[in-house]
Write a protein that binds this ligand. Structure first.
Ligand SMILES: *[C@@H]1O[C@H](CO)[C@@H](O)[C@H](O)[C@H]1NC(C)=O
Ligand SMILES: *[C@@H]1O[C@H](CO)[C@@H](O)[C@H](O)[C@H]1NC(C)=O
Ligand SMILES: *[C@@H]1O[C@H](CO)[C@@H](O)[C@H](O)[C@H]1NC(C)=O
Ligand SMILES: *[C@@H]1O[C@H](CO)[C@@H](O)[C@H](O)[C@H]1NC(C)=O
Ligand SMILES: *[C@@H]1O[C@H](CO)[C@@H](O)[C@H](O)[C@H]1NC(C)=O
Length: 558
């Protein structure tokens, strides 16, 4: 299910077309005016510059782009330079506060959120602010290149072809380890080691400084930041490293940052079972008209048991689909992966998920395939399917493991099995899958960032930020549980956790005027909700469709 499953099965997809500009590649960084300020849609058309040189872009008069040259290592100029793609949306007034946004991944690009979705995103904060985002190191247009197969596309394709996510666990373990060892060797002399999260945090503060100079605001300007999913790990890192620079910080759908820096995250699935159960409960409450998988069930347990029977049957004999696309089978793993991925936005997906399950229960595998799994399927692709393999997988893989670096604890298959048990105890529905995907990512990987980019850890004595952090988390988030928000809040005295009584990942997955009200007040007046506040949503699975705001962030943590 996680991205590794698709990475192993469908392979490492086309890498980001990172363009590691550097001074010695012959770019004349002083000649920024040679590019006329005409509309551009590609960062390749923007001459990199050490200054913020904004160019109109993406056919939106409120949006402009800057291709910023930065040192690979701020503490060692000899390492050379790379470029970072920045994008800004000016709502009303250039001098308004900038909110810097990271959508997650790691490895997600913030470009389209700003170019196409700024108004929706700002609805939770206030339409007066500017929205700024960027492509973190190694992502799409930003350098340095993050790939395990530098200059060897054929090797990557061969690895991709040889994979499958149904092989025995021992084989998956060894395969991941082989990949990690290969990746480490291939990057022995590359600049990939400069791609970790600490470096990205330094890039953000460098940007804040340049932006303050550009706007004529004082030195040590404050950061206003909104991070979702992996973007919360980045935010927690910013707060730990630059506590005196925090103006506002909203962290939404929280990663347990302590575990992020080890590469082993059993906490991720703390609330997964609660998310699955909410589907069964909501289906029962909605009744057979709205939930097609309801059948004639007389209890929630009956619905859940029918689901378990369906999985059991598919495990014993996968269903055949024989559509025009290609023959194939639907396995229990594919169905449970699909189920899990739909929980990221249960309000939006509950009805179609119920329909998929009902079709499979009735033996309508062709219809289920065509509608929900195959190439013609609309909506988010199920995790573990080829269609879900984003081209940011290599960036995700390398960023995760550069961050974990020497802290990743597993070196033998026996150790792996022990940690896998911890995952399985954490979640009945998602533990084993998470252990077969995310947990395998950093095996055999050993890419060490330079000293200035190694994360020193969160201070157990507490780090007081110049403005308190607002943590936001759904009560039933399948991949970043409320407990992670609470555990991270404990590192930052004065911070508050605002919970929302919804199932999904990130507050855009279910609107709540209560939650938006608090986030807007926090931004405008600096008001924090009382600790323990739980907001009720305005939309519920099977009852409402999330059309009011309608933005579903692709930012997911794995
Ligand atoms: C770089 O551009 C500037 C301004 O156009 C020009 O004066 C300078 O000669 C150029 N340098 C090189 C090395 O091309
Ligand atoms: C470069 O362009 C900017 C804006 O178009 C202008 O203000 C500036 O004077 C130009 N600089 C040079 C050296 O031509
Ligand atoms: C990568 O950048 C290009 C512009 O240079 C943009 O059109 C494209 O959407 C970006 N890719 C992603 C995944 O955001
Ligand atoms: C990296 O550099 C060392 C020393 O120059 C060399 O021995 C080694 O073969 C290089 N490794 C790769 C993968 O290029
Ligand atoms: C969450 O909402 C449900 C109804 O959908 C309600 O029964 C439950 O008490 C709420 N829980 C909290 C903590 O607000």
């Amino acid at each position: 299910m996680g991205r590794l499953a698709s990475l192993l099965a469908a392979g490492l997809f086309a890498t980001a077309s990172a363009r590691p500009w550097s001074r010695d590649e012959g770019h004349n960084t002083t000649a920024t005016n040679t590019t006329a300020p005409t509309m551009v849609n590609d960062f390749a058309d923007i001459e990199p510059s050490e200054e913020l040189t904004w160019v109109p872009c993406f056919d939106n008069p409120k949006v402009s782009c800057a291709n910023l040259l930065v040192p690979l290592d701020y503490a060692d100029e000899s390492a050379g330079m790379t470029n970072i793609a920045w994008v800004k949306y000016i709502s009303v007034d250039e001098s308004a506060e900038d909110i810097i946004f990271n959508p997650g991944g790691p490895g997600q690009s913030g470009l389209s959120h700003v170019a196409l979705g700024a108004e929706q995103l700002l609805a939770s904060f206030g339409s007066q602010y500017n929205l700024i985002s960027f492509e973190p190191r190694g992502v799409n247009n930003s350098g340095p290149a993050l790939t395990c197969f530098p200059g060897k596309v054929e090797a990557r394709e061969a690895f991709k072809q040889s994979g499958s996510n149904t092989v025995p666990l021992q084989e998956m373990y060894q395969r991941s380890k082989a990949h990690g060892q290969y990746c480490t060797r291939a990057n022995a002399n590359t600049t990939a080691k400069y791609g970790g999260t600490v470096a990205v945090a330094q890039d953000i503060m460098h940007f804040v400084d340049l932006r303050a100079a550009e706007k004529g605001t004082p030195d040590s300007a404050k950061l206003w930041y909104y991070g979702v999913s992996y973007g919360t790990a980045l935010g927690q890192t910013l707060a730990a490293l630059f506590p005196e620079r925090i103006g506002r910080m909203v962290l939404d759908g929280n990663v347990y940052g302590v575990q992020h820096y080890t590469g082993v995250l059993p906490s991720d699935v703390d609330d997964s079972d609660a998310a699955f159960h909410d589907f069964f409960q909501s289906c029962f409450n909605a009744g057979p008209e709205k939930c097609t998988f309801h059948g004639s069930s007389t209890s929630v347990e009956e619905i859940e048991n029918r689901y378990l029977t369906l999985l059991q049957n598919l495990r014993e004999l996968p269903a055949i689909h024989n559509t025009d696309d290609a023959p194939g089978v639907i396995t229990d793993a594919l169905v449970s992966n699909q189920f899990f991925s739909q929980l990221y936005n249960l309000v939006g997906n509950a009805a179609s998920l119920a329909e998929t399950l009902a079709m499979l229960e009735q033996g309508l595998a062709d219809a289920a395939w065509e509608t929900y799994f195959g190439p013609a399927a609309t909506g988010p692709a199920p995790y573990g399917s080829a269609a879900a393999a984003f081209d940011d997988q290599e960036a995700l893989h390398l960023i995760t493991c550069i961050d974990a670096n020497k802290n990743f604890p597993i070196t033998t298959y026996e150790e792996y099995l022990d940690v896998r048990e911890v995952f399985r105890k954490e979640s009945y529905y998602a533990g084993a899958n998470s252990a077969a995907t995310n947990l395998l990512l950093c095996l055999g990987m050993d890419i060490t960032p330079p000293p200035s980019q190694q994360f020193p850890g969160f201070d157990p004595a507490g780090t007081t930020t110049s403005f308190p952090i607002l943590f936001v988390n759904f009560l039933r988030d399948p991949i970043t549980p409320l407990s992670s928000a609470q555990k991270m809040s404990a590192f930052f005295p004065g911070s508050v956790v605002l919970a929302q009584n919804s199932t999904g990942h990130g507050m855009s997955a279910a609107e709540s005027e209560c939650t938006s009200g608090w986030t807007r007040a926090y931004m405008a007046e600096g008001t924090l909700p009382p600790p323990g506040t739980v907001c009720q949503p305005d939309v519920r699975p099977f009852v409402d469709t999330p059309t009011k705001r309608g933005v579903v962030l692709p930012g997911v943590y794995f």
